[in-house]
Design a protein around this ligand. Structure first.
Ligand SMILES: [Zn+2]
Length: 106
């Protein structure tokens, strides 16, 4: 959703209803929206404001796009290291390949 905002030209809202987001899950959202703030609304009240933060490692969410990577084929959970949290530069811990966010396979 695009909502007018004073701070930026527009702001996008991702609304997740009827479930509590674990910190883990809000961190996943950080890949889509690295500078977002999560407002947890409970009983129509703002219960918590959580600044989104990229974790140092993202485990098991994405697949490494390198077909020769040991995590492909074997049943190994991928471990993607976040090298640069501002520019979002990622690196596969297993094959060392530098990844951009568009390359990741969900
Ligand atoms: Zn890899």
């Amino acid at each position: 959703m695009n909502v007018p905002s004073n701070k930026f030209e527009k702001k996008d809202i991702i609304k997740v209803e009827n479930r509590y987001l674990e910190t883990d899950e809000t961190n996943k959202l950080s890949l889509i929206a690295p500078h977002a703030t999560i407002n947890i609304i409970k009983d129509y009240k703002l219960a918590e404001k959580r600044k989104i933060q990229l974790p140092d490692f993202i485990t098991g969410i994405f697949k490494c796009p390198n077909l020769r990577c040991v995590t492909i084929g074997e049943n190994i959970k991928s471990v993607i290291e976040v090298i640069d949290k501002e520019k979002i530069i990622l690196k596969c811990k297993y094959c060392g390949r530098i990844l951009s966010i568009d390359e990741l396979i969900f």
